[in-house]
Design a protein. Structure first.
Length: 85
């Protein structure tokens, strides 16, 4: 998992990690991201956009992992709402 983001408004940063869990609605990964990263693209090892970063999870007060919505879930929601692409 590659996350391209502007953490805390800083210049573009690339963070690399791995997917640790996935469902139809959420990918969870061990890539750390902080404020300002929401909406960043999550890429696979083929550099394809596979998710949109949405959240960071804290454990014992420390950032431990991130989460995003898979592109397939985003597209399904758009279609369900009748938006034409």
């Amino acid at each position: 998992m590659i996350l391209l983001h502007h953490a805390e408004g800083a210049p573009l940063k690339m963070s690399v990690g791995r997917v640790i869990a996935s469902t139809m609605e959420t990918l969870t990964y061990d890539v750390l991201a902080v404020g300002g990263s929401t909406g960043a693209p999550c890429l696979n090892d083929q550099l394809e956009v596979v998710a949109m970063h949405e959240r960071a999870y804290r454990e014992f007060g420390y950032l431990r992992r991130g989460g995003g919505s898979p592109v397939s879930a985003i597209l399904a929601d758009i279609r369900r709402k009748g938006v034409k692409l």
